[in-house]
Design a binder for this molecule. Structure first.
Ligand SMILES: NC(=O)c1ccc[n+]([C@@H]2O[C@H](COP(=O)([O-])OP(=O)(O)OC[C@H]3O[C@@H](n4cnc5c(N)ncnc54)[C@H](OP(=O)(O)O)[C@@H]3O)[C@@H](O)[C@H]2O)c1
Length: 266
């Protein structure tokens, strides 16, 4: 199968491309660097020629409310129109467990808008809802910082390794469209503040993590189970302690790459 991965240079996208290629599929990594821009439409028609499925694991360069909404709406519209023209039979998008419960957050309003466009389109689809990536725990601290303290709600979540996310997305991409949502999650539950504290300690990041029941998650009020998947979620294999000891937990070594990521996420 020819499968085009939009955001194929990203954290999840690069792993999805590797996994699909290892299974013998023609996996095409598409991103602005390879001449495919889902916001401007550049290169889309050419990239999608002969594709059976499109996997959208792109993310907005800016997480400011208006910018992220514009990114996901424009990009998703362009993808769906180009997929219809190229007769692509399966649109797969990666979103987040609990998205529909997090509409107080500008980022999640953008993901809700993305999902609505997909559900209303004529293209058969599968939306994969993943829980928070272990790789995102420091990013979660960065978006939850007030002064020199990180304030997080002590609610439950069930995060997972990016490698397991990619395995789940790749498996959905080669299957039949479900025209609905597939949830994937990690094998263990934690409290958000507890795991971010452990992650920062491992990174020797001295910021104090405060458990604050009134703190918001990405701008949204959350309660004990808001971030948890349902009982049918497919579970990844990787436990947090195993991941923490693996190379995947190491911060980027190239200063330029680290700086670029930080400025994109600010
Ligand atoms: N963080 C979490 O815990 C979490 C949990 C569940 C789901 N998700 C979802 O997972 C998805 C992927 O996240 P990620 O962390 O893998 O993202 P990422 O590493 O930031 O990668 C984003 C990708 O999107 C590409 N991109 C940006 N603008 C583009 C454009 N105009 N056209 C085409 N491609 C473009 C980037 O290309 P460049 O390399 O050129 O910048 C990059 O390949 C997101 O949709 C997010 O909502 C995240």
């Amino acid at each position: 199968m020819k499968i085009v991965v939009i955001g194929g240079s990203g954290l999840i996208g690069s792993k999805v491309v590797q996994k699909l290629a290892a299974q013998g599929h023609q996996a095409v990594a598409a991103s602005p660097d390879t001449g495919v821009n889902s916001v401007t439409g550049e290169g889309l028609a050419e990239a999608l020629k002969g594709a059976s499925a499109v996997v959208d694991v792109s993310n907005s360069p800016s997480w400011e409310d208006a910018a992220v909404l514009k990114f996901f709406e424009t990009s998703t519209r362009n993808l769906l129109v180009s997929e219809a023209a190229a007769r692509v039979g399966h649109h797969v998008a990666l979103s987040v467990v609990g998205t529909d419960r997090l509409s107080e957050s500008g980022y999640f309003r953008a993901k809700i808008a993305q999902e609505k466009l997909i559900e209303e389109s004529s293209i058969p689809y599968s939306i994969v809802h993943a829980t928070q990536f272990f790789e995102f725990l420091k990013g979660l601290a960065d978006i939850s910082v007030e002064g020199d303290k990180v304030r997080l709600p002590p609610v439950l979540f069930q995060p997972m390794a990016a490698d397991d996310v990619a395995t789940g997305v790749a498996s959905v991409a080669v299957g039949q469209p479900v025209n609905g949502i597939v949830e994937i999650a990690g094998p263990e539950q934690f409290r958000v503040d507890e795991l971010v504290r452990r992650r920062l300690a491992a990174l020797k990041d001295s910021r104090e993590v405060i458990a604050d029941p009134d703190a918001r998650y990405s701008g949204a009020a959350v309660s004990e189970r808001t971030l948890l998947p349902g009982k049918d979620a497919r579970l990844g294999q990787t436990h947090f302690d195993t991941w923490l000891k693996s190379p995947a937990s190491q911060p980027p070594t190239k200063p330029a790459a680290a700086a670029a990521t930080a400025s994109k996420r600010a």
